[in-house]
Ligand binder design. Structure first.
Ligand code: SAM
Length: 298
């Protein structure tokens, strides 16, 4: 295959993960809906609500407006909202942030611009940004196409400083500087990272002091009856669906197995504590089928 060369020397898991997401990128969004019965939308909405991105963006805009009214120059480091969505794939989580931060409607909502002032200057978009980072070009390609369709080209213009950007990168060795993001999110991504602890260390490194880490991931269902139903569903129904809809049983079999092998709620919490996150906690959703873990960088 065309990626055989790239995977030389790469650990087996990494190669496997790449193969899975390359082969599923086009059917990924449909399959998500099918397999989760649409629940993944609710889980991602909950992540968005808990992130409070809407309020944080509002605060940035408010401060910006105050500074402009008082003709003060602004210290960019204290008035930015930089969000990094790792393993962001086709953009589901990032698009929620874009909407909540008001980036997609920045033309209509501009309380900071005075009448007669140029609408293109001092756009708050320069201080609010959402970066999608994924290891897989194909997922990013699908994500970027969806973004253009949804928001137009404007948000994606400006290279690295664009309000919304898609960049290829590995969660285990991020290309971003230390202390550069206010919020790091990873949704259904951490269990695919070969060295989870390295991924957590990198999340910690790129977050600003006071920054927040949030992970939405499959977890372990504590209730034995619900677990039995869930296991039956995931081991029998999901691979069958993968075969039927995406003609790819193996990839979906892998997904199910990777869920089973991944840390439970407490184990992941311990791993977060070990890299230095503070005020760590988790919230179970849908009986613990998934959990949102969060922590803060001191
Ligand atoms: N976050 C998206 C969502 O919730 O719809 C996509 C989740 S998808 C199940 C997992 C993603 O993790 C894939 O896009 C895959 O390419 C990416 N991924 C796997 N290993 C990665 C790594 N080491 N670094 C960055 N992304 C990775």
């Amino acid at each position: 295959t065309h990626f055989g060369f790239e995977s030389v020397g790469v650990e087996e898991k990494e190669g496997r993960v790449r193969q899975v997401f390359e082969s599923v990128s086009d059917s990924y969004d449909v399959m998500n809906d099918l397999m989760s019965g649409g629940l993944h939308r609710y889980w991602k909405d909950t992540l968005l609500d808990m992130s409070a991105v809407e309020s944080m963006a509002q605060a940035v805009r408010f401060r910006q407006q105050q500074h402009q009214q008082q003709n003060q120059s602004m210290d960019p480091s204290t008035n930015q909202l930089r969000i990094l969505d790792v393993a962001g794939g086709t953009g589901d989580v990032a698009f929620r942030f874009v909407d909540a931060a008001g980036l997609s409607s920045s033309k209509q909502k501009q309380p900071w611009s005075m009448a007669g002032e140029s609408q293109t200057q001092n756009q708050p978009s320069s201080s609010i940004s959402v970066t999608v980072c994924d290891i897989n070009k194909e997922m990013l390609r699908v994500g970027e196409a969806r973004a253009r369709e949804r928001f137009g080209n404007q948000l994606l213009e400006g290279g690295d400083s664009a309000p919304l950007s898609f960049v290829q990168g590995n969660a285990q060795s991020l290309q971003f500087s230390d202390n550069s993001f206010d919020l790091y999110t990873i949704a259904f991504g951490l269990r695919n990272v070969t060295d989870v602890d390295k991924g957590l260390e990198e999340a910690f490194r790129v977050l600003k002091p006071g920054g927040r880490f949030m992970c939405l991931e499959f977890s372990q269902v504590p209730d034995p009856i619900l677990r039995q139903i869930y296991d039956t569903y995931s081991f029998h129904v999901i691979p069958a669906m993968g075969e039927l809809v995406a003609n790819d049983r193996a990839s979906y079999q892998y997904l199910v197995e990777s869920i089973r092998k991944f840390s439970n709620q407490q184990e992941l919490l311990d791993r977060m504590d070990a890299v230095g996150f503070q005020l760590t906690k988790y919230t179970n959703l849908t009986g613990g089928i998934v959990a949102i873990h969060e922590g803060w960088k001191p």
